[in-house]
Design a protein around this ligand. Structure first.
Ligand code: SD4
Length: 339
């Protein structure tokens, strides 16, 4: 009996030591801090994140809730008709339908999402309504549109003449090929106007230290009708854990879903990885599984931890993100990358 008890005690100590050693290993890798902000803070993907952050900042600087901030922030690119991959004026699928994906998550782990939703210009607000007014997390297609209309959202045509023109141009060849970093190319500069992916993912911590996130997109342009990417999938395109931090993604959603990317980033931060290192590890898993595919696609992760430290990492060069704090409202940072 004595021996058994002694054995159990010894093995418990050994397990603790191994766990501590593993944690120490993780911690020793996590020294790369890209940015460290005083609270409140808001960060978001790509250059258009600057204007979105500025809107979110109005709520945060007034002591408001991070959930309200992220919703208000991402509505800016959703409403921007020059932006062809978020909200109204998003490029359609190959059949000419503009179908929108979005999700939102708050500090209590509540979340809501819509996918493949047509005719409603602000999917992020419908996602919030799903979260707050239904027992569900995700509504898709016609059901999402129907719910939105019942909630008082206006039904409107989302395909603008410019997007329709680009789609008709694309139909001439009908070639489906993601364009790397399309988010940072102007519409006119696109080869055959083939802008076909772009997402805003936003993470905010309010003055009380509470974290929320939002992610919204029209997905890959010229996608198959019915295709849903990572952006409305909780854990893939966005994940928030108020004890740890939040993460969001941009790029080819299929690879993010396959690796449950944003959840992975948050879990790595829980183990002690810095935001940048957690994003890097998530990207490395994608590359390791499909090195050839990874050469020709973009996937980027953006993350923030509870302390307000933030960072990003992408497969390809050219991934930028915007940061807004009391010190600076329009900071644009170049994310690190594998290539
Ligand atoms: C998707 N992840 O639908 C989105 C597109 C995107 O930058 O992020 N583009 O797969």
């Amino acid at each position: 009996m004595y021996n058994r008890r002694k054995f159990l005690k010894t093995s418990a100590i050994a397990t603790t030591l191994i766990a501590t050693a593993k944690r120490g290993m993780a911690l020793s890798k996590s020294n790369q801090i890209s940015g460290n902000a005083t609270l409140p803070v808001v960060i978001s993907t790509w250059d258009f994140g600057i204007a979105a952050n500025q809107e979110a900042w109005k709520t945060l600087s007034a002591g408001g809730r991070s959930l309200d901030a992220v919703e208000a922030g991402v509505k800016i690119p959703e409403a921007d008709l020059k932006n062809h991959s978020v909200g109204k004026a998003g490029f359609p699928d190959r059949d000419g339908h503009v179908t929108l994906d979005a999700c939102i998550m708050d500090e209590q782990g509540n979340c809501g999402a819509v996918a493949g939703m047509e005719y409603i210009a602000h999917p992020i607000s419908v996602a919030r309504a799903v979260m707050e007014k239904t027992p569900h997390v995700l509504l898709v297609g016609d059901g999402a549109t129907q719910f939105a209309v019942e909630q008082g959202f206006k039904k409107e045509k989302l395909l603008t003449p410019e997007s329709e023109k680009a789609w008709k141009e694309w139909l001439k060849k009908g070639e489906y090929k993601p364009v790397i970093n399309i988010e940072n190319k102007s519409y006119d500069a696109l080869p055959g106007n083939q802008g076909n992916h772009d997402t805003i993912g936003m993470l905010a911590i309010d003055a009380k230290g509470n974290i929320s996130g939002a992610c919204t997109t029209s997905g890959m342009a010229w996608k198959l009708h019915g295709r849903v990417g990572d952006s409305p999938i909780i854990g893939a395109g966005l994940f928030v854990d108020n004890e740890v931090g939040g993460a969001t993604s941009t790029g080819v959603g299929e690879e993010v879903i396959r690796n449950v990317g944003s959840f992975l980033v948050v879990e790595l931060m829980r183990q002690g990885y810095s935001p940048t290192d957690a994003c890097k590890e998530a990207v490395n898993r994608i590359i390791k599984k499909k090195p050839e595919t990874a050469k020709n696609i973009q996937v980027g992760f953006l993350a923030i931890n509870k302390k307000g430290e933030y960072g990003a990492y992408a497969i390809q060069k050219g991934f930028s993100y915007a940061v807004c704090t009391a010190e600076k409202q329009d900071l644009l940072v170049k994310g690190d990358s594998h290539y």
